[in-house]
Design a protein around this ligand. Sequence first.
Ligand code: ADP
Ligand code: MG
Ligand code: MG
Length: 913
Amino acid sequence: MGKKFVYFFGEGQADGSAQMKDLLGGKGANLAEMTRLGIPVPPGFTISTEVCTHYYQSRGQYPEGLQEQVQEALARLEKIMGRRLGDPERPLLVSVRSGAAISMPGMMDTVLNLGLNDTTVEGLAKETGDPRFAYDCYRRFLSMYGDVVLGLKPESEDDLDPFEEIIDALKTSRGVAFDNQLSAEDLKELVQRYKDFIREKIGRDFPQDPTDQLWGAIGAVFGSWDNPRAIAYRELNGIPDEMGTAVNVQSMVFGNMGDDCATGVAFTRNPATGENVLYGEYLVNAQGEDVVAGIRTPQPINKAQATDPDMVSLEEAMPEAYAELERIRKILDRHYRDMQDIEFTIQRGKLWMLQTRSGKRTGFAAFKIAVDMVREGILSEEEALMRVEPNQLNQLLRPIFDMEAKQKAMASGALLSKGLNAGPGAASGRVVFNAVDAEQWAARDEQVILVRLETSPDDIRGMHAAQGILTSRGGMTSHAALVARQMGKVCVVGCGDMEIDYKKRQMSANGRVIREGDWISLDGSTGEVFQGRIPTKPSEVLQVMEGALKAEESPIYQDYQSLMEWADKARRLGVRTNADQPDQAGMALAFGAEGIGLCRTEHMFFEGERINVVRQMILARTKEGRERALAQLLPMQKEDFKGIFRVMNGLPVTIRTLDPPLHEFLPTEDADIRTVADQMGVAEEDVRAKLQALHEANPMLGHRGCRLGVVYPEITAMQARAILEAACEVKKEGTEVRPEIMIPLVGHVAELEDQKRVVDQVAREVMEAHGVEVPYLVGTMIEVPRGALTADKVAREAAFFSFGTNDLTQTVFGISRDDAAKFLHHYLEKKIWQFDPFEKIDQEGVGQLMRMGVEKGRATRADLKVGICGEHGGEPTSVEFCHRIGLDYVSCSPYRVPIARLAAARAAIREKN
Ligand code: ADP
Ligand code: MG
Ligand code: MG
């Protein structure tokens, strides 16, 4: 005997198993596995994917020996069933089902009831005493065969399926609404019309010989591997052409034999919530895809799911079959160690399983199922961590839309636009078009959505006040996106098809006009923007963190805590947060941050009256003038730092000295310039002159970062003093402090040397004056290529490095991030970039410099602490990369801390295995 192409399953035994997916396809491998488990599966056989490959490469030829093996398997099947293919009295009917190793939804088709013809249909009618049933099977077979094997499809996109048209015409003439209301005579008539239609279309009769039917169907399934839809799908999903599909030939069971019959689909757990209950739908007296085809309204599987008193659940209608399904659910779920998506049919009260596979689920369900399965002893903690995609945790932390309400909104055409999902979560509110309005409206308890072309630092307070932020410009790392993530705000950016008119206070999208005060809803997890108000549900995890709910009362929170504990056990990488204020730091601590990786001092400069003092400093003509202004800033900054040190309670706090170019702090509007001039007691012209002088063609590459400190050492000195005085004072209160002073934008070790000298000098003075020793570090950001290239030298002065990957990406690519939005989408569409390098670390380019920076830095200073504080620090693929190149920690916005913890754990586990 030659090579084995056909794998039998039946009577508790199977040639194949779940491990053989590549050879038998997912469906065939799992039918074999279920058979081995003793689960009732109609017997049959699987023709391997190797036959498909052969068929495909030899243009429709089968390998030698296949014919014989199929005949042999068929004979075995006939013997088990006590029926024969084409037998006029006891005909065997089979289904011919496709099934590749990777499921390709809707790509290939299935033929049911094969083996029926004008003779066997009569035999089936007599045997069952039910001609209606027999002709119902026959008409289904004719239409499926006509479609799948003979290729009789709708002629155009707008046309109905031709068989559908014929049955609809008959139903109309009989005055009935549903298929199951047609009589035996009607169905006989329908069969005749179908056969006539087929003859008319293909110029010969429908094949009556069941063996011809069988080979016709097998050929059609193999042939469908090569249809344009399937090819396109494979291309899109990177599925290799050589993979091939298998063909399953399986004896039929009938869900359409009467009211003690049914067919259904179910999940072994709820795929939306993860709850450990059977979840699904069924239809009485139906076959195959009737459940999903929407022919009649399916009914819920169990009582708990019945939302309407008219519904009759399977649990009530067929309690015995339901109990059997419940028993099998547990076996499958435990055996596969994962939630399964199953298909079943009940024939005269007996349950048969027709398919099982791992089911698709929401992020929320993925999380709950993984945690539950550890508690149930099915999964190890590390396996559970690998089952939850880090970004799926978002669904746990953000408010979410009520699913049904969102679907309703979708169906009613309320979708206005779709942008980038910059800040996950759900928010509804009334539209306002500027930050001041947002604040004022919010102050009178209105929920608002701030809609802007793009946002700027001036908008921060308005952004804070809003439920959500929507912009028509900008990308995933635009100002709006960045700030929103840090604040944990729902945010959609880059809705390019939305037109915003600030003057008219309106926007238009999708042919609709939305005015100030109108309600809209944002789904920041998908980027969708809806007209109107969609109800939201708050995240329980957050309610617990904010003290609104007790941890004992929230199973979700407890589960979340467990998963996070397991992650912390598994990971090597530390996780810090980017936070500028005590409340943000507090939130990040609740999320599990182990320190602050980036505190941006300039964000404190915008608060209240401070901006005036900052402006005085900038406008001062002399060093003395600057120092006077700085002396006023000192106590303010000091208080900020004290707040943060107290909250962080001994954890490291990395504080960056002044970074942005100074013009960012000056006004641009005429009216503001006048006000500033008045306040400062200087001439308007002087302000304008200063603005002019500070103006930079490319601020990203301009006078900023340590370059400011080099030119104005008194600024660095003031900031160092504020940090260290705060540290000494808090330490005196009895709280440990670990400040890490970070000098930005260093490209040459001498820059760092210069700034470090200033800091060390101040530190000595302050500690002496306070009589306290505070352990502090001075380090640098690595964010220009030269810094990484000369990391061995920079490390002579730096106690730590922190990769500023936002600027490093800009400088490595030679691209200004704010400008990139203009062409980014073209690059992504053309696949010049596979992803946005401001979102995920470009491991090949930027990553190479990071790797070099780590190696060179540690060559000089073995205990050099290395972290990352760019936005990438909370993005899972980037976190994994940071783990691989040996960073000590990542730092990200507070809401991404749990995501980073999980991503870091998964990186460590993956490395082990
Ligand atoms: P898909 O890959 O699209 O899920 P399937 O091969 O699972 O297609 O078949 C489609 C439908 O036909 C399923 O609902 C399944 O339950 C039903 N079906 C398939 N084989 C049989 C059979 N032997 N007896 C009864 N129903 C069947
Ligand atoms: Mg199926
Ligand atoms: Mg930077």
